[in-house]
Ligand binder design. Sequence first.
Ligand code: ASP
Ligand code: MG
Length: 458
Amino acid sequence: MKKIVVKFGGSNLKSKEDIQKIIKTIKGYNRPLVIVVSAFYGITNFLTEGLETVRRDDKHITSMIDFLKSMKKETLDENISDATTREIAYNLIQKRLEELEKYLLGIHYIGEIPDFVEDKVLSYGEKLSSLILSLILKSHGIDAVEAMPEDIGLVTDGAFRNASIDFEKSREPVCKALSEDKIYIIPGFYGVSNDGKVNLLGRGGSDYSAAAITSCIDGESLDVWKDVNGYMSADPRLVPHAVRINKLSYNEAAELSYFGAKILHPRTVEPLLQSEIPVRIFNINNAGIIEPLSIIGNEEQSEKRTLKSVTYSDSFAILRLEGAGVGIKEGILAKVTSMFDDNRINIKSVVTSQTAINIYLESPDLGRALKLLKSNTPHTITSVIPYDNLSIIALVGDDLIHSHGLAYKMIGAVAEQGIDLRIVSIGASDSAAYCVVDRNNKEEAVRVIHKTFFEKRN
Ligand code: ASP
Ligand code: MG
């Protein structure tokens, strides 16, 4: 029988009641499972910030470890009733925290944070989740075992912070290691390089871990539990009458993630496309009810309606490089992009004209990108202008490119509200069209686009 891979994220590991909901859900499946977990809510950020402080101040090591210890103790106290079992669990958590403490001490003594140590330290958020969950499940009579990426052979391409899984190397060992009829609990967010070093899979990457594992074992489905009602035609906080999307395609899910929908990491569908394994989205507030709210699958299974959703992201920024004739001079873009690449700045898109090149970046990278360019400006560029405070709003749906009059309607609807459009793009992929507006106009623009395309017949 094929296995189901279940992913519980940080949003499922936030409140006191969350663990009880997870237990109820696992019991609801009533079958062997492979479970992938994220760090508890906020813990990856806590570790990231801690790293820098620890380098300078060794007292911070104790305060970090004490904080994690008391947090974990509280979770164990709330969820394990038998005192002896609880005592054993405290000791195991204590041991894992001692490992973490050693790496933090190492950072302090060498005064640097080498890549391999950073990735190792950040993996402890997930490693604490998998340990604590397996201990709690066992105390509730569930046959749960922790399975670590380093032990099951989840091998990466060796890149730190943002690695990819090497499927050729991982498939066989992972499949073999997870073959028994048990409940396996795997920490997400990392794999290991050929030489055994921990490599993170990028922020939010435990969705990608779960998808990679599902692909390796040729799972029946990847079930992702969230705290929202699946995919919607718009963010229900902005558009309260948004409707749910029951079925969508892999491309649509990938584009929605890219343009800001927070449901899945953009890389989640990548490993599942080829073997057409579905991703099913559930809400943990319906704990124990195994009925998906949205299902991502191949195009044939997707709902027939062309347009699925309007989404937005506030974390885009634009760097505009101006200069007479930049559009026809060769080599400028190559110079700029390789400089960004060397400094690990991801470029989200590029739009050029004769006198300007617009580079879309993730907002947190804007300051660094600007500094790099100012210190090393290609001579044809006369000014570099950063634009933050923008939002990108995207319409997503397979084959939308062939939807007659779409651009006209989108632009018209926004313009009618008196909102200026900064940039419009249609055709970069068959599944997404977007416009960029000032952030203070975002909400209104999302509402009017939703109204135009989803609330009345056109
Ligand atoms: N804990 C990691 C992060 O916050 C991975 C994840 O949550 O998926 O980025
Ligand atoms: Mg996450």
